[in-house]
Design a protein around this ligand. Sequence first.
Ligand SMILES: Nc1ncnc2c1ncn2[C@@H]1O[C@H](COP(=O)(O)OP(=O)(O)OP(=O)(O)O)[C@@H](O)[C@H]1O
Ligand SMILES: [Mg+2]
Length: 233
Amino acid sequence: MLLEVRDLHVFYDDFHVLHGVSLDVGEGELVGIVGANGHGKSTLLKAICGLTPVRSGTVRYRRERIDNIAAPDLVARGLVYVPEVRNLFNDMTVRENLLLGAYLQRDPNRTREILEQVFDLYPRLKERANQQAGTLSGGEAQMLALGRGMMSDARFMAIDEPSLGLAPALTESMLDTIAQINRSGVTVLIVEQSLSLIRDHVHRLYEIEEGKLFKLEPDTSEGAQAAPAGKDG
Ligand SMILES: Nc1ncnc2c1ncn2[C@@H]1O[C@H](COP(=O)(O)OP(=O)(O)OP(=O)(O)O)[C@@H](O)[C@H]1O
Ligand SMILES: [Mg+2]
């Protein structure tokens, strides 16, 4: 397994948010977690990515313990949290926001190369490279959040509610590009509120309820769609 989470407990002061979460994500997988408001989705992704402290339990990435290792060190290892869009730097341009994502990259040629990849994936961002991030539409801002994550040369992306504030059509294309990023070799863990939204876009699903995680079995009932595009390609 690329990522192994075992019996994870996270608190905010006395408030117990994650109650013994265990989770596996294999290399190349696109795994989804669904859950309602306040049930601990963001907390789980942040705990994995070193952005909120782990009280007990373990997180392993490539077999190494990473629980309570700080986020910048994890970014350097290719593990990146893609936050909800409200965390962009609104006064900076699209290009500046993207380059911030590459702040740990030592090789400027590699940075240019990934920037081209992001612009190929999202020509809208290229057109708007010099526009202030705060003036982007909701969909464009979401593209920028994802693009900034890609800029760090991520091998594993934990993506927090990419559909937030997007119209259904834009949500679909957002999820399609996430699948495309996944097919390019990036392992993805994605959280969303609605099962129907991501069911057809992921390889496997979990549900989080009051800080406890459950495996969701594939829906084989009539009318249900099979698993999404394979991991090849
Ligand atoms: N920094 C914090 N300090 C104290 N409590 C927090 C903090 N962050 C989150 N919480 C609380 O922890 C619980 C889980 O929050 P979390 O953000 O993980 O939920 P979520 O599933 O991502 O919700 P949403 O769908 O609304 O984004 C909530 O009750 C929230 O109020
Ligand atoms: Mg959240």
